[in-house]
Design a protein around this ligand. Sequence first.
Ligand code: 5GP
Length: 182
Amino acid sequence: MSFEKDINEVLFTNEQLTEKIREVGQKISKDYEGQELLVVGILAGSIIFMSHLLENLDVECKIDFIKCKSYDGENSTGSITIQKDLSMDPRGKNILLVEDIVDTGLTVSFMVQSLLARGAKSVKVASLLDKPARREYKVDVDYSCFECPDKFIVGFGLDYNQYYRNLPYIGVLNAAAIKAHK
Ligand code: 5GP
């Protein structure tokens, strides 16, 4: 199938994304040299970013996932709940939290606070995308690949009503595609 008819604008190509993730992975590897990491992906949007990042992490690490809900279609709900918790105990671990996009900052600020409250030794945040114009909650994004404009974007793991996660680049949907997948 071709996604081209659904996309108004390509913001980041697959090549740009994979190259930048490689650089960020190398930086993280340097920063954590000699330390063990627990890499925690926030499901499901982070999966493609996380898999590319892991390929480029040259440190001893384990992986785990957490799932929460803060978004409904195109609109933030303003509240957050955990749908699937970690399988591992975060106590005493250096955690790298992996997110697809930091928008209002609600999800990541909640997750960082909750992991620290549960005894994590340290928590740093790696996000594929950052939308600083939308920030409502204070978040330190330690490793950000790209800043993006205040547009609703899909692809490379990011969905619209669960569709388009398998789009191999980041793009902006057109009105017809939004209507068809409501
Ligand atoms: P926050 O809690 O920072 O407001 O939102 C984080 C979550 O909202 C992200 O993990 C992502 O699932 C979703 N989100 C925010 N902006 C966008 C966007 O432009 N496109 C998509 N597909 N999801 C977004």
